[in-house]
Design a binder for this molecule. Structure first.
Ligand code: ADP
Length: 306
């Protein structure tokens, strides 16, 4: 099984103290999911990342980082006139805030050619993308990506979509909601978070979110809701699942991304929907007890992959 995640991986600058010392890392929603998938699946699957990066040193460093995480980067596009997007985390009175430099990142050019995407997806079983992947693309490139994903699906591939709504990345919230629903319409599995969805789609309950995406044709919709009940819509209708209780939440960064990886790793291994959701929730529960997006400790041991 080959799984391709499509999107943007950024440089992350995280403060180590209050004296201006930062640690450089790499993160981004679809990359976080790829990273956890590679960890969970080991030799049982090949995980690849599709994006565009620069030809500079930091871009090389990012590809080395992905490679060392056993993520295949052989299809990543190189752009001589661009580089990676970057974000910086500020800590003020214990609260984290984020500043972004990503408006001209190389990743914004990832879908200029449908041929590049088709070549990457050739032979893959699963393609994962998100609302952030869509948000960073010019409209014509968004259409190119959609066509490539439609072709992939027609050829038997499974398309997985996390809406990950980020209104700040869109010129107009209406563009966002339209693009998100269009993308859901070409996806087999949709993995939204209810809190975001209620704000921008007016869903009163997680059930509303699940039904709205199911009506667009997704066979499986898993609605995450922080510590709240997870609501699923599948061919057997609606079901409810309690995530693990976590008493010591430290940082919820990548909760949803890691959930997606846990869920998918289990789903493709042939587990039941119940088991796959439990695996996703278990991984996310571990991730939120640590600082940062990519938490080694959360995936130690193999029991999560079952
Ligand atoms: P996102 O990061 O996309 O906003 P959510 O916050 O909905 O996603 O969380 C995704 C999953 O992570 C939840 O379904 C749950 O399994 C787990 N999770 C998130 N926050 C908590 C929490 N406070 N306690 C326990 N589990 C959590």
């Amino acid at each position: 099984m080959r799984i391709i995640c499509i999107g943007e991986c950024m440089v992350e600058m995280a403060p180590l103290d209050n004296a201006g010392t930062y640690r450089m890392g790499f993160a981004g929603d679809t990359l976080n999911t790829a990273w956890y998938l590679a960890r969970l699946l080991g030799d049982r699957a090949e995980v690849g990342y599709f994006t565009a990066v620069g030809t500079d040193g930091v871009s090389d460093q990012m590809l080395d980082f992905l490679g060392s995480a056993r993520i295949d980067t052989s299809f990543v596009l190189r752009r001589a006139d661009r580089t990676l997007g970057l974000y910086m985390i500020q800590l003020q009175n214990g609260e984290r805030s984020f500043s972004y430099w990503r408006s001209h990142s190389a990743a914004r050019t990832l879908a200029q050619s449908g041929g590049d995407i088709a070549a990457t997806l050739q032979g893959a079983g699963i393609a994962c993308f998100s609302g952030i992947t869509l948000a960073i693309l010019p409209p014509e490139d968004r259409a190119t990506l959609s066509r490539a994903l439609e072709d992939f699906r027609s050829a038997g591939g499974t398309v997985v979509f996390d809406p990950n709504l980020r209104p700040k990345l869109w010129a107009d919230p209406k563009d966002m909601t339209q693009a998100i629903m269009d993308a859901a319409g070409l996806s087999d599995i949709v993995l939204p978070s209810h809190e975001d969805e209620s704000t921008w789609f007016g869903d009163q309950t997680p059930e509303d979110t699940a039904k709205r995406y199911a009506q667009k044709g997704a066979g499986i919709v898993v609605v995450k809701n922080g510590p709240g009940e997870i609501v699923v819509h599948s061919d057997t209708g609606l079901s409810h699942h309690q995530p693990e209780h976590v008493s010591n939440v430290v940082d919820t960064t990548a909760a949803g991304d890691s959930f997606n990886a846990g869920f998918l790793s289990s789903h493709i291994a042939g587990a039941s929907l119940d088991q796959a959701i439990a695996t996703g929730a278990k991984l996310a529960a571990r991730v939120v007890t640590h600082r940062g997006a990519l938490v080694e400790e959360a995936v130690l041991g193999n029991e999560l992959a079952g």
